[in-house]
Design a protein around this ligand. Structure first.
Ligand code: GUN
Ligand code: ZN
Length: 428
């Protein structure tokens, strides 16, 4: 049955990072027609009702209908260790992350966390994530099984690491290659699921492992490859010691074939000019993880500079280095980081980064992250007056952006009125 969702509607006709807020389209009273899992039409509520009299109507009043949020970089196995105190990247990995990831050898534990993770994400209005798993193939099965059961578009891969990690959390160059190939064959393209090659980062992969994964990616160039790049200064110094022949951090990937248009690099904060040039030439994506960058003390992402030079940038929580599951909170953190760099991101830009921009970083912007006929019907309905303090701020607003910004800065799961994925109502 067709569904007609009525409310305020926000969508994008262009890229507001380049064109400014004029790239957004806002209907104060609009409607979205959903049929067969896709968006069939967008327009005037009365006209769409008249044209589709059998569609079931849900009127969300003043709430804002948007594309569901897209989180372009997360670690679902770190769900339980979010908000772990007091460490910077390398110690944080060793003290909190690796012991927790070890537990995913148990398929029952992996399944339980995957279920909890998707429930938490959907409660925040996030309908697509691109996740790291652990070295255990079972952790990938758990992730995709939970996503599939909810009808979500989801991306993930087995995290590959064969050194500088504890016993029990290391694979080998050969097993990483073979397990990744097997999981790709099992899950890639099944329903709405995509497999992503996932070497964790250069410090935990031997050159042999990076080479093996580079060869596998070359055989499947349509797949994404995700990893971490230049997150923290100590990490960069470590990479220099481990790969003395490399020109810079990016070169540890580039020299093994792990740079290309379908590469997705998390963090990318402390980049050298050569790295920026090569990233842009290759058409790779950079994913900004602002709550993580503050929480682990990594640094301030150069959003304005990277966008100005033509880099493809997305936004993400980086759970559990990130300190919130909410893309609203993540937009707020991106705003604050940009402010610290002397640049005010517009609400239209923040919203775009959390939807269409993140989808574009994952090369999915033709399917998700926007409201337009033919796009998959992954939607979030946002209450712009979800708490007394947000309501009083929004009541003073003169336009959509002033009404939306208090929710960006102060909103949480209470603002998420409804979530639709693949044309099905999952909540609200
Ligand atoms: N670098 C390598 N692994 C990780 C991780 O799990 N989280 C973050 N934030 N950075 C990393
Ligand atoms: Zn990460």
């Amino acid at each position: 049955m067709a569904e007609l969702l009525v409310g305020q509607v926000l969508r994008f006709a262009g890229d507001p990072m380049v064109e400014g807020p004029g790239a957004a389209r806002h209907d104060a009273r609009g409607a979205v027609l959903v049929a067969g899992g896709r968006i069939a039409a967008v327009g005037d509520p009365a006209a769409l009702r008249a044209a589709h009299p059998r569609a079931r109507v849900t009127d969300y009043g003043d709430a804002l209908i948007s594309a569901g949020f897209v989180d372009a970089h997360v670690h679902y196995p770190q769900t339980a260790i979010i908000a772990s105190w007091g460490k910077r990247l390398i110690d944080w990995l060793n003290l909190y992350t690796f012991p927790e990831e070890m537990r995913f050898a148990d398929p029952a534990y992996a399944a339980a966390v995957a279920e909890r993770f998707f429930d938490l994400m959907l409660a925040q209005g996030t309908t697509t994530v691109c996740s790291y798993c652990t070295i255990h193939p079972e952790s990938v099965d758990a992730f995709f099984t939970a996503a599939q059961a909810r009808g979500l578009r989801a991306l993930a891969g087995k995290t590959c690491m064969d050194r500088n990690a504890p016993e029990g959390l290391r694979d080998t160059a050969q097993s990483a290659h073979d397990d990744s190939a097997r999981l790709l064959a099992k899950w890639h393209g099944v329903d709405r699921l995509s497999y992503v090659f996932t070497p964790r980062f250069s410090p935990t992969s031997s050159p042999e492992q990076l080479e093996a994964l580079g060869a596998l990616w070359a055989a499947h160039p349509d797949c994404l490859m995700q990893t971490h790049l230049s997150e923290q200064m100590d990490e960069i110094a470590w990479v220099r010691g481990l790969y003395p022949q490399a020109r810079d951090y990016l070169d540890t990937y580039e020299s093994f074939g792990l740079l290309g248009p379908n590469a997705v690099y998390g963090h990318a904060i402390h980049l050298e000019p050569r790295e920026r040039d090569r990233l842009r030439e290759a058409g790779a994506a950079l994913v900004h993880c602002p709550t993580s960058n503050s929480f682990i003390g990594s640094g301030l992402f150069d959003m304005a500079g990277l966008v100005a030079e033509g880099q493809r940038v997305g936004l993400a929580t980086d759970i559990g280095g990130g300190s919130s599951f909410s893309m609203l909170r993540t937009m707020a953190a991106a705003y604050e980081v940009a402010q610290l760099r002397g640049h005010a991101l517009h609400p239209a830009q923040l919203w775009w980064l959390a939807t269409q921009g993140a989808a574009r970083a994952l090369r999915l912007d033709d399917r998700i992250g926007n409201i337009a006929p033919g796009m998959e019907a992954d939607l979030v309905v946002v209450d712009l007056a979800s708490t007394p303090v947000i309501a009083q701020a929004a009541a003073r607003a003169g336009d959509l952006w002033q009404a939306l910004f208090p929710t960006i800065m102060m909103g949480d799961d209470r603002a998420i009125r409804a979530v639709w994925a693949g044309g099905r109502r999952l909540a609200g």
